[in-house]
Design a protein around this ligand. Structure first.
Ligand code: ADE
Length: 309
């Protein structure tokens, strides 16, 4: 098995700076799983210079995963090594030596995905009646200010990625994590690509395509740039103000392109300010160059946070 293509590839990728012994990772349970991968909660001893036991999240592959999925995981590993920002999930180490599963060991975000966090913090009562909704607000609720802060933090993380010349390609509430202190961290870099590296991954057949987060040019021509990430950020803003609803309700994915190409966009959700809706709409300009940059988005959201609007 040692001279299989998979093993020789991963052996080439062993990085002594990041390699962490698998035996020092004690798995607790599975936090979530996709088609080919899973994320485990675990305890790591003396990792990344932190003395003692640290709770970590371990990304690994399922038995059914093939070489394409391993390539995505290793590509995510290379990507995460270069990244250091408070709003981007941090790599702590990796176990890649042959003889066991590949582990990407990452900081643990105690509240899980932003999508699930928002849905868990929806008011219990239907929000149709504002008087009823107002009465059940408590210290655990997510306030309009929290929503703005989440948007601002994610914009900052994305501005950092854009400075690093990276395109995320799958920005959505499901791929943002919430850590202690209501800190948002962009995660899931499996599809992330360096914009200067050529696009040999276009023919991925198996991977599910996040159609409802995709820009027009990605849907029509598979073009992914930081500007298509800005489009996805607009959809993420919509997810934020609707507390984790699924975008384009009632529209089938196969009709989405024609809907958007005709100029239709999602309408302003209830309890979304006109100001925030304008930002959302600016992310969805058909012409990518008309969309704001993540630096501009960060500034606009920062101003709204300061104004309390
Ligand atoms: N789910 C996926 N990645 C995670 C992480 N880093 N922390 C907590 N839950 C996660």
């Amino acid at each position: 098995a040692n001279d299989s293509p998979v093993d020789s590839n991963s052996a080439l990728l062993i990085d002594p700076e990041w390699e962490f012994p698998r035996e020092k990772v004690k798995i607790d349970f599975c936090l979530g799983e996709g088609e080919f991968g899973r994320v485990l909660k675990a305890q790591a001893t003396n990792i990344a210079g932190i003395p003692g036991v640290t709770t970590v999240a371990v990304k690994t592959l399922k038995d059914g995963a093939g070489e394409a999925e391993l390539a995505d995981l290793l590509s995510e590993y290379q990507m995460l090594k270069e990244l250091s920002h408070p709003n981007v999930i941090r790599l702590l180490g990796a176990s890649t030596v042959p003889g066991g599963p590949v582990y990407l060991i990452m900081e643990f975000a105690s509240h899980g995905s932003l999508k699930s966090y928002l849905r868990r913090h929806r008011p219990l009562e239907t929000s149709n009646n504002p008087e009823v909704a107002a009465r059940i607000v408590n210290e655990h609720s997510v306030t309009p200010k929290d929503i703005l802060s989440f948007a601002w933090q994610i914009a900052k993380g994305m501005a950092y990625l854009s400075d690093m010349k990276l395109v995320h390609r799958d920005l959505a509430a499901r791929n943002v994590l919430v850590a202690t202190g209501k800190v948002c961290k962009i995660s899931d870099f499996g599809l992330t690509r360096d914009i200067y590296v050529d696009e040999t991954y276009l023919k991925r057949s198996k991977g599910k395509v996040p159609v409802k987060w995709m820009a027009l040019e990605s849907l029509s021509d598979q073009i992914y740039t930081i500007k298509s990430d800005v489009w996805g950020f607009g959809v993420l803003l919509w997810e934020l103000v609707t507390m984790g609803s699924s975008p384009y309700p009632g529209i089938a994915v196969q009709n989405l392109f024609f809907f958007l190409k005709s100029g239709y966009r999602m309408e302003k959700p209830r309890n979304c300010s006109h100001q925030l809706y304008e930002i959302m709409r600016s992310c969805w300009y058909e012409n990518p160059s008309q969309r704001p940059t993540f630096h501009q988005l960060t500034q606009s959201l920062e101003r709204m946070l300061e104004d309390g609007t």
